[in-house]
Design a protein around this ligand. Sequence first.
Ligand SMILES: *Cc1c(COP(=O)(O)O)cnc(C)c1O
Length: 423
Amino acid sequence: MKDSTLCIHAGYKPKNGEGGQMPIIQSTTFRYDTTQDIADLFDLKSSGYFYSRLGNPTCGFVEERLAKLEGGVGAMLTSSGQAASFCTVLTIAKAGDHILCSSSVYGGTFNLFAVTFKRMGIEVEFFDQKDSNDKIEAKIRDNTKAIFGETIANPALTVFDIERFAQIAHRHNIPLVIDNTFATPVLCKPISFGADIVIHSTTKYLDGHAVQVGGAIIDSGNFDWAKSGKFPEFTEPDDSYHGLIYSETFGKAAFIVKARVQIMRDIGICQSPQAAFYINLGLQTLPLRIRQHSENAMKVASYLSTHPKVEKVIYPGLKDDECYELGKKYLKDGLCSGVMSVILKGGRSAGASFIDHVKLASPEVHVADIKTCLLHPATATHRQLNDEQLLACGITPGLVRLSVGLEDLDDILEDLKQALDAV
Ligand SMILES: *Cc1c(COP(=O)(O)O)cnc(C)c1O
């Protein structure tokens, strides 16, 4: 089935006489008849829900829908997008390991990778995604466990050459992890270009209405952990499950099962059923919304790019954007989401002044919302980064991140025009 159908039907099929809408199973626990039934669940010999930290039916419906949309074998919801990248890395890497990550990533990801993982003994090295294969491959070591990038980077708005990096990763027997938050599975399906694991901040377009923080991890099932030879935690016995071997017992689903029964069990950054229900509501209209967000944004980007107070608009839908060709390759119908970066002439103070003068658009630490909103990264999300790190993330001091909403286009344009007049 196609995306618009999957978004409404995949994962939940009501039986005769059941509610048409996905039920919220607001329960921490699940009842079984015998101690043997429960023992089999704990030994991972049978599948079923037993405690909502490890899984819940409402979350399960949404997980199956996301797995179908991304073309994976399984998915797991997490409490946030940050939790999704945290769980993903901990499932495949441990102290002493090394990860390669594009420098064009979300500020929160940058902090998690560069600061927190470092304290935990996992070293993350950043690369410029424009670098040649040779230069990138020279950074891959024996202990390198993954390559990480964002389909459309937040807020650099670069488009990741998924196919090229999948080939690099696979030449070295390591998985490619893609954060597909901005593109959503409607605009890009990273697995179809060779990505092994896809993660989301569902807080953005998947929810789409700014009501629920959440995350998700989807396993393509395509990475062969045993054949790679680099992942002993997948191929050697796990003492916390009586010596179970993930790659043997769970085959193609080894990664997503390990993420759940080992990392989620121990860390507990799970999604609640109520939250999953909100994500479900958002998902149902995702194809309609992301198309309209993208169409509005394309017109806003064209308008702003010719405005005399604007130095540059970074949006992969613009013909002179450095990622225009990559956008055409990876993003469906050339739709590039609602998010763009606007660099004002006059640097930091002009950026701040623009935000202070908008009336309809909301200054918010959020993007991918039904409402038009905007933010000055240098003084907000990225304020922990020094100038050098900012520039490495593709952010200049006058850059404003603009997320175009679903209001009438004329009203959005008029608001931006009056705010620019006042700068
Ligand atoms: C927002 C965001 C995250 C973090 O997600 P949270 O849900 O805020 O934890 C990760 N990656 C990208 C691309 C994001 O935009």
